[in-house]
Ligand binder design. Structure first.
Ligand SMILES: [Zn+2]
Length: 326
């Protein structure tokens, strides 16, 4: 095939690379548009997606398997509580698989057998109860060692009246597991994961930053504290657990006023609020998101159960965001 370079990579999979020279050579005979269409089709066969200039699209998708926070909303399942799944740079990472994560994954079309990582931010039940089942799925029905588990000290080892979220039996099915403290870093594939501190009742609770082809910050549970923003510097996207609406306080949990402080200082391209308590649902999360957006000038949306945000096509900037949200 003229002008096309096929490289055999060590991963036993063919990798196709298209150099700028290839594209210009092919443009000479086919014309630019037809050349790109041809390369796109060819690349697709190898699972590689190209944009309209022939460059590889770095995909990033978030699926919310639940948006419940606070005991009443969790126990009544007014909102689901399965955590959220991040797909980026060929990794699929389930964050905070709370009660019902398994069922919600089926409901919202996420194949947990394709997971490469599970993250438990802290040892509160609404963040981990389905972790063992999710790990069994990741390990193909506990048939092989597969995937990575990352969590706070109390989530993995237990302590301070919390038992471990995952049994020693389940730890055996992982490639590895890691306990992180604030400032610690690790990797899942090419994604660097850094733990951030929180101010929450579970004193070892973590926030997390996922740095891959995009950077996603997740503040975890907890109230805003002075200087929290510096841990999320440079985040393209920010997911915040905002349990209470504006002017309603709950110690060690975030409300809309505190979300304004954090979002306003970090200034991501997009902020998403989730993990809603009863008072937040009564105040309407969408209305709170609009208020946060007005106060900060940062595009802010309220997550819904089953919502996906597909950011693979570029950075959403204000208007037209609807394209990426389903
Ligand atoms: Zn908590």
């Amino acid at each position: 095939m003229q002008g096309v370079r096929i490289v055999y990579s060590s991963g036993a999979k063919f990798r196709v690379t298209w150099s700028a020279q290839t594209i210009s050579e092919m443009s000479g005979t086919l014309g630019f548009r037809r050349a790109i269409t041809f390369l796109k089709e060819r690349s697709n066969r190898f699972g590689i997606k190209l944009n309209n200039t022939g460059n590889k699209i770095s995909s990033m998708k978030i699926t919310f398997l639940g948006t419940a926070g606070g005991r009443i909303v969790i126990m009544t399942q007014i909102r689901a509580s399965g955590g959220f799944v991040l797909e980026m740079d060929n990794e699929l990472i389930h964050i905070d698989p709370g009660p019902g994560a398994l069922v919600r994954a089926k409901q919202y079309g996420v194949n947990l057998r394709k997971l490469t990582g599970v993250v438990v931010s802290h040892a509160h039940t609404d963040h981990y109860t389905d972790a063992e089942m999710v790990i069994e799925s990741m390990a193909q029905g506990a048939m092989k060692k597969r995937g990575v588990l990352i969590g706070s000290e109390f989530a993995i080892k237990g302590g301070d009246s919390y038992r471990p979220a995952v049994s020693p039996y389940h730890l055996k099915f992982l490639d590895r597991y890691e306990i992180l403290g604030p400032g610690n870093k690790t990797k899942i594939g090419k994604i660097e994961i850094e733990a951030t501190p929180t101010k929450h009742g579970e004193t070892k609770a973590l926030g997390l930053v996922f740095r891959g082809s995009k950077t996603l910050g997740y503040a975890g549970d907890g109230e805003y504290f002075e200087g929290q923003e510096k841990h999320f510097e440079g985040c393209d996207y920010l997911v915040l657990n905002v349990l209470r609406p504006k002017n309603v306080e709950w110690p060690e949990h975030m409300n809309s006023n505190q979300a304004v402080k954090l979002i306003g200082k970090v200034r991501p391209s997009l902020a998403v609020i989730q993990h809603f308590g009863m008072k937040m649902l009564k105040a309407k999360p969408e209305r709170e998101a609009k208020w946060i957006e007005k106060e900060t000038g940062v595009k802010t949306i309220a997550a819904r159960d089953g919502m996906t945000i597909d950011l693979g096509k570029g950075r959403p900037e204000g208007k037209g965001l609807e394209k990426w949200v389903k």
